[in-house]
Design a protein around this ligand. Structure first.
Ligand SMILES: Cc1cc2nc3c(=O)[nH]c(=O)nc-3n(C[C@H](O)[C@H](O)[C@H](O)COP(=O)(O)OP(=O)(O)OC[C@H]3O[C@@H](n4cnc5c(N)ncnc54)[C@H](O)[C@@H]3O)c2cc1C
Length: 337
C-alpha cells in the first residue's frame, strides 16, 4: 500500500520539530510497492526517511521523501545458540529491542530507547553503552532504484565503523533499506562496563535482560531530553578520534579528560560532550537554540521555534569555541539537509 502526501509541513516528521515544507512524501509497506513508486511517482531526487531523529531540515524539501512502513518481525532461523530475525525497516527500533528482551534474546538490550526506525539503524551503525548495531546485524536488505532490483549486503560488506557505514558514503542516496537481519544470542552476554550501567543493574537485582533494559532506559531518561517535549536529535556532534600525539599533549594539560581506545592503537577517542562542557557551554543558549543542561552533546530547540539554519549557526559557534580551546574539530553526527 502506498500513501502519498503533498506539500505538507514536516515538523511532526523530525525530532528537532523544525517547520519546513516537503513537496512530496511517499509511505510504502511492501517491496513490490517500490517499483511502482519509482516508475510512477518519483520524477526527480529522493531521499529515504525514517523517524527523522537524525536529520535537521534547513530548507523546504523539493525532492521526494520515501518512508518505509513495513513493521514485520520474522524469525528466519532458530538454533539452541541463536535466533536470526528479519525486521522490517518500518519497525520502531525500541519496539524491536523490547521484542528481543521479551524472548530472552541477547545483543541489542544496551541499545534500548534509541529513537528511530530499524531501517535507519545500519545507516549510522547506531551505538550506545559499549554496543553497536553492527554487533548483531548479519545482513541488510535494500532496493536499488538505479537498477530496479533488490540486493542483500552481508554485514562484512557494510563498512560499519563508529557511526559509520557504506550507507553514508558510496550507497548514500542510492538505496532504500527495506529490512535488516539480526543474529541474537541465547547465551547471556551482559555488557555493563559503560558509565553507570553496572551500578544500576546491580541495584535492580543483577544482569538479566529485563534489568539491563530497565537500567539503560532509566539512565537515558535522566540524561536526554524527551523529543516529544523538547526538539533535538540526540548527539549533535560525534566524539572526535585524534592522533595519539595530540592526545598525549592534551592529557598532560587535562589529566581528567575522558578518553577511549579505538581499533587503531595510534588513535584515541575523546568525549565531545566533555570538551563542550569544559568550554562552559552546558546549558548555554542563544535565541531559540541551546546546549542541553544534562548532556552537552545535545543541541536543543529551546523555544520550539528554532529554524534549521539557527541550529546550524549555533552549532558552528560551539565547534569554533571548542577548536579555540582544545585545537580539536568536532564533526556533526546529524544529517543536515
Ligand atoms: C533523543 C535522541 C537520542 C539518540 N540517541 C542515540 C544513541 O544513543 N545512539 C545513536 O547511535 N543514535 C542516537 N540518536 C540518533 C538516532 O536515534 C539514530 O540515528 C536513528 O537511527 C535515527 O533513526 P530514524 O528512523 O529517525 O532515521 P532518520 O533520522 O529518518 O534518518 C537518518 C538517516 O538515515 C537515512 N535512512 C533512514 N531510513 C533509511 C532507509 N530505510 N534506507 C536508507 N536510508 C535510510 C536517512 O536518509 C538519513 O540520512 C538519538 C536521537 C535522539 C533524538
Amino acid at each position: 500500500m502506498i500513501h502519498i502526501f503533498e506539500n505538507i509541513d514536516i515538523a511532526a516528521r523530525n525530532s528537532f520539530h523544525v517547520h519546513q515544507q516537503a513537496s512530496k512524501i511517499i509511505e510504502f509497506d511492501t517491496n513490490s510497492d517500490l517499483a511502482e513508486i519509482f516508475t510512477n511517482h518519483v520524477s526527480k531526487e529522493w531521499m529515504a526517511l525514517g523517524g527523522g531523529n537524525n536529520v535537521l531540515f534547513t530548507k523546504d524539501i523539493e525532492f521526494t521523501l520515501i518512508v518505509p512502513k513495513n513493521e514485520q518481525i520474522e524469525i528466519i532461523s532458530d538454533t539452541s545458540e541463536s535466533t536470526t530475525v528479519r525486521v522490517g525497516a518500518g519497525v520502531e527500533w525500541d519496539d524491536f529491542v523490547e521484542w528481543c528482551v521479551k524472548r530472552q534474546l541477547w545483543g541489542v538490550e544496551n541499545l534500548s530507547l534509541i529513537p528511530g526506525k530499524v531501517g535507519a539503524a545500519p545507516v549510522q551503525n547506531i551505538g550506545a553503552y559499549g554496543v553497536e548495531a553492527k554487533d548483531c546485524i548479519s545482513c541488510v536488505e535494500m532496493y536499488f532504484p538505479e537498477q530496479n532490483n533488490f540486493i542483500t549486503l552481508a554485514a562484512e560488506h557494510c563498512g560499519f565503523g563508529y557511526r559509520e557505514s557504506v550507507f553514508k558514503h558510496s550507497l548514500k542516496g542510492r538505496v532504500i533499506i527495506t529490512a535488516v537481519e539480526f543474529r541474537l544470542s541465547k547465551t547471556p552476554q551482559p555488557k555493563l562496563e559503560y558509565g553507570d550501567v553496572i551500578r544500576q543493574v546491580e541495584s535492580l537485582g543483577g544482569a538479566t535482560l529485563e534489568n539491563i533494559r530497565e537500567a539503560i532506559c532509566s539512565i537515558r531518561r535522566s540524561k536526554l531530553p524527551d523529543t516529544a517535549i523538547t526538539g533535538n536529535a540526540g548527539s549533535f556532534f560525534k566524539n572526535p578520534i585524534v592522533d595519539r600525539n595530540i592526545f598525549d599533549a592534551l592529557i598532560v594539560k587535562y589529566p581528567n579528560m575522558p578518553h577511549y581506545p579505538t581499533a587503531d592503537s595510534n588513535k584515541v577517542k575523546l568525549a565531545a560532550g566533555w570538551l563542550i562542557d569544559q568550554c562552559g557551554l552546558k546549558g548555554y543558549s542563544e535565541g531559540n537554540v541551546g546546549v542541553h543542561d544534562r548532556q552537552a552533546l545535545v543541541l536543543i530547540n529551546t523555544t520550539g521555534k528554532a529554524t534549521g539554519c539557527q541550529v546550524i549557526e549555533f552549532a558552528h559557534k560551539v565547534q569554533k569555541i571548542v577548536f579555540e580551546k582544545f585545537g580539536i574539530e568536532i564533526d556533526t553526527e546529524v544529517n543536515i539537509l
